[in-house]
Ligand binder design. Structure first.
Ligand code: SF4
Length: 368
């Protein structure tokens, strides 16, 4: 019998500063919690030991927040601690997110030596005006330096995260960012449309009329340009917001889209297995208290109904280039979407076109 494959997500909620658009569970100014937090991550991992014995972990993802605000030796130490309670598959993909201002070549050498195999760098833009509008702390130059340091340290699997549609960004500026990203030659690119979350400083500025709402038509043009430029540069568009050179799709994120189980540890981390989704408490201090008491720091859980699971499989499947089996969608609806240029039948599957992918959430709700 084949063994269950799973992913491990590790949430590091510390950042140098908070970017105005960010609604992740992250904090600036909590450095005094770092050492206790690292101990708690190892302790929480151990609490899951029995539940996941016999599972082969094919990926580990240090996300956040900014994991590289922790010393490289600490991330390596955590990785070793995880190896004592779970089995990492041979060749497992081990990713760390990184902010350009937190890494240099010695740091990245130590990270690679410590077992991290893949780097995902939050670059967002190579235009200083756009970086300022996003309230990023780093400059285009520090992103260039960090990428060069990753290469000279020996990272052969690097993702760059980019964001399009910020206030002050034109289609031309976005295309220049894309071209510069391509010229660096990363194996993977994630390109996200800026979304405005009401609870963020950006959301409040938009609500107060101080900053315009991103223009959906301009973002659609930027998305179309992204598809064109990256296809021309040899990247496979394998998920709505993700492109990779052959052989470099992100195993960890593919797991989310393919319904592979995962356990998330750390403040606010989510987990999923067999139709049950659960999540940890968000405030780091509460997380630390619960783990210190020997309690699993669970904040809530949700059992998905069969209908929820069907819709979720459809939504996630259609986000990927491989699409879904055609019988998952009512035939007349599928034909309608194919005729409208939003979906296509490819290799015996139903997949979204680039235009359909830009509208993925709306399209899937209609198709479901
Ligand atoms: S660096 Fe990333 S996680 Fe941290 S505040 Fe900015 S967007 Fe959020």
């Amino acid at each position: 019998m084949s063994r269950e494959a799973a992913g491990l997500y590790v949430h590091v909620p510390f950042c140098l500063t908070r970017c105005g658009y960010c609604d992740f569970n992250t904090y600036a100014g909590l450095d005094h919690l770092k050492s206790g937090y690292v101990d708690a991550l190892a302790a929480e991992a151990e609490m899951w030991l029995d539940d996941w014995s016999g599972t082969s972990f094919v990926s580990v993802f240090f996300g956040g927040g900014t994991p590289t605000t922790l010393p490289a030796a600490t991330l390596a130490h955590l990785l070793n601690a995880f190896r004592t309670w779970c089995e990492l598959a041979s060749g497992a993909e081990i990713t760390s997110e990184a902010n350009p201002d937190t890494v240099d070549q010695p740091y990245l050498c130590a990270l690679l030596d410590g077992g991290v195999t893949r780097l995902s760098m939050g670059v967002q833009s190579f235009d200083p005006v756009v970086l300022e509008s996003l309230e990023r702390v780093h400059s285009p130059d520090s992103a260039r330096r960090a990428f060069a340091a990753a290469r000279s340290a020996g990272f052969a699997d690097v993702n760059l995260d980019l964001i399009y549609g910020a206030n002050g960004e034109s289609l031309r500026s976005w295309c220049r960012t894309l071209e510069e990203a391509v010229s660096l030659g990363p194996e993977h690119l994630s390109c996200y449309a800026l979304t405005v979350e009401p609870s963020t400083p950006l959301g409040r500025s938009v609500a107060a009329g101080l900053v315009p709402t991103p223009d959906a038509d301009v973002q659609a043009e930027m998305y179309a340009a992204t598809c064109e430029v990256l296809a021309g540069a040899g990247y496979e568009h394998y998920e709505v917001s993700n492109w990779a050179t052959p052989g470099h799709r992100c195993i960890h994120n593919l797991g989310y889209w393919e319904g592979r189980p995962y356990v998330g540890i750390g403040a606010g981390a989510h987990s999923y297995r067999g139709g049950l989704r659960w999540w940890n408490v968000r405030p780091p201090a509460q997380y630390l208290e619960m783990v210190a008491r020997g309690e699993r720091p669970i904040g809530g859980e949700e059992r998905l109904s069969d209908e929820d699971r069907r819709l979720e499989r459809l939504l996630l499947g259609l986000r990927t280039a491989d699409g879904v089996p055609p019988e998952w969608v009512e035939p007349d609806r599928a034909t309608e979407f194919v005729t409208a240029g939003l979906a296509e039948r490819r290799n015996g599957r139903l997949s979204l076109t680039d235009r359909g992918m830009f509208l993925a959430n709306d399209v899937v709700l209609e198709l479901g």
